[in-house]
Design a protein around this ligand. Structure first.
Ligand code: GLN
Length: 540
């Protein structure tokens, strides 16, 4: 029978519950345990697919096509837990399922209520990843204790321990212990209040993980322990990590977190093996080269909007032992100020995915700059589509070539709606989503990176290269280095007489791991390093 760990958060949002949960998952795996990760999000959207990145950061896509919260990206980067549609539930999904059951008559005669119907549905969701061969399921509850939407989820996890036995559940609460400059003190009261709120609904946390900018003194910990009704050893300090998120597990180990969890849940765990992780941190801390990459997108100021892309770039840096400086560049600013002034110093240019017309011309300008100056270029999804439009306009002479998404009247719709999308009107969960196989052309840069010609990558798009233009592009010198296995959909494009110019219709960033950089990102950063060293400045 699987044991269950619940991770809740208090005081403020953005404390890093996802990273802490992922780090705990990683540590338990490195003690030989089989772990499954799950996130419950209290918002009412069925999934984050229809939310703006300003609201929610990136949408993280799984192999099975689920559009999920970006914390699932942390789970995949830190752990080996397989993830699928049962790994992320929202209030929207829970209610949808309850209401469908009601319509089918499954609750005939009853009044359908939050308790027990909604809470039962949540408890069923929590049980989905549990299995005889799974030692621990870690379920993170999104939001902050006290949020009105969180109530049914907290009530459900309270009931859960009665159902499966207290000894099989562990509650970890992440809180903030702020430092007040005026008083020159760390303040424990917000943590006391937050735990007080949890206890009011019947949850006594077993472990408190305290986010703080300064180390907690023994007195601080003793005070928190007394007021929050936990032993002092269960008050864990998690100090801010300015260097890398991959340090978080180390600080948890330092304070005995893995051992405490293993003991409290009675898990049959082995010794902790952190060799791989130590090697990763060593490489991160001791780079031998450096390189500067521009990411040109319309959410440049928003760190979470291109989360997996920034991570994948860092992983490729680790692979090459290079410190990567990322210039987050506003595509609209490129349009306004000109590519030269914004991109002249970089060694590589990446244009990420996106939707909507804003900033498109700046992205096309960035592609043009990369292509004509021989700067390594990686275009992802919309980035590839911009590369196609740029090539059409400036190499093939197809004036005003564009994607139908941005210009319904373009004379040259080089990117058009996928056939399968033409009848679809609903916006939620209806794109071409998830893992799809593709074949790569022998001798292409993509095939060289992957070291194979058969790949599977995750997708999230409605538009595709317009096959009517294929011959024109081939004649003009662009190659289609990746297609769907039947050849009908373009999956990758390249410009062979350029040092490194690759555009892909899919999202390689979702499959990059810190200790196993994605081959395309590794190829891209490798090319950028080469360009930098050719200009005589690659070492740190
Ligand atoms: N908006 C484009 C499409 O739907 C690109 C999508 C993306 O970049 N994820 O095809």
């Amino acid at each position: 029978m699987s044991k269950h760990i619940f991770v809740t958060g208090g005081v403020v949002s953005s404390l890093g519950k996802g990273l802490t949960s992922a780090s705990i998952g990683m540590l338990l795996e490195q003690r030989g345990l089989r772990v499954r990760m799950q996130k419950l999000d209290p918002y009412i959207n069925v999934d984050p697919g229809t939310m703006s990145p300003y609201q929610h950061g990136e949408v993280y896509v799984l192999d099975d096509g689920s559009e999920t919260d970006l914390d699932l990206g942390h789970y995949e980067r830190f752990t080996n837990s397989p993830l699928d549609c049962h790994s992320n539930y929202t209030t929207g999904q829970i209610y949808q399922s309850v209401i469908e059951k009601e319509r089918r008559g499954e609750f005939l005669g009853q009044t359908v209520q939050v308790i027990p119907h909604v809470t039962n549905e949540i408890k069923d969701a929590i049980l989905q990843p549990a299995a005889p061969d799974v030692d621990v399921v870690i379920t993170e509850i999104g939001g902050t204790v006290g949020d009105i939407e969180s109530q049914p989820f907290l009530e459900a996890i309270r009931q859960f321990s009665l159902d499966v036995g207290k000894e099989n559940c562990l509650y970890i609460h992440l809180t903030l212990v702020p430092y007040l400059k005026a008083a020159a003190e760390l303040k424990t009261k917000p943590t006391q209040h937050s735990v007080g709120q949890l206890r009011q609904i019947g949850i006594q946390p077993d472990i408190l993980v305290c986010r703080t900018e300064r180390s907690l003194s023994h007195d601080n910990r003793a005070k928190i322990a007394l007021f929050c009704n936990v032993p002092v050893e269960a008050v864990i300090e998690e100090k801010d990590k300015s260097f890398s998120v991959y340090e978080v597990p180390m600080s948890l180990v330092e304070h005995g977190t893995d051992e405490l969890i293993v003991r409290k849940l009675g898990l049959n765990a082995g010794p902790l093996n952190l060799d791989r992780w130590q090697d990763l941190l060593h490489r991160l801390r001791n780079p031998e080269h450096e390189v500067r990459i521009a990411v040109v997108g319309k959410y440049a100021e928003h760190r979470d909007a291109y989360k997996s892309i920034y991570e994948a770039i860092d992983h490729a840096g680790v692979h090459h032992r290079a410190r990567v400086h990322i210039d987050r560049i506003h595509s609209e600013a490129v349009g306004d100020e000109g590519a030269e002034s914004m991109l002249a110093k970089v060694d590589g240019i990446l244009v990420p995915g996106g939707f909507g017309e804003r900033g498109i011309e700046g992205k096309v300008d960035a592609v043009h700059f990369a292509r004509t100056r021989g700067i390594p270029f990686l275009g992802i999804c919309l980035g590839m589509q911009c590369a196609v439009a740029e090539f059409a306009r400036n190499v093939l002479g197809l004036e005003n070539a564009n994607s139908h998404e941005f210009d319904a009247d373009t004379p040259h719709p080089v990117i058009c709606l996928l056939d399968e999308q033409k009848q679809i009107t609903d916006k939620g969960g209806t794109m071409r989503l998830g893992a799809q196989p593709a074949k790569l052309a022998p001798g292409s840069k993509a095939a060289a990176c992957y070291g194979t010609e058969e790949i599977s990558e995750r997708h999230r798009h409605r538009y595709e290269f317009n096959n009517k233009y294929r011959q024109k592009f081939v004649d003009g010198g662009m190659t289609f280095s990746g297609t769907s296995p039947d050849g009908s959909l373009v999956e990758a494009v390249e410009v062979p007489d350029h040092p490194w110019f690759v555009g892909v219709q899919y999202h390689p960033e979702f499959k990059s791991q810190p200790t196993r950089a994605h081959p395309l990102f590794a190829g891209f950063i490798g090319a950028a390093l080469q360009r930098r060293s050719a200009r005589g400045k690659s070492t740190v």
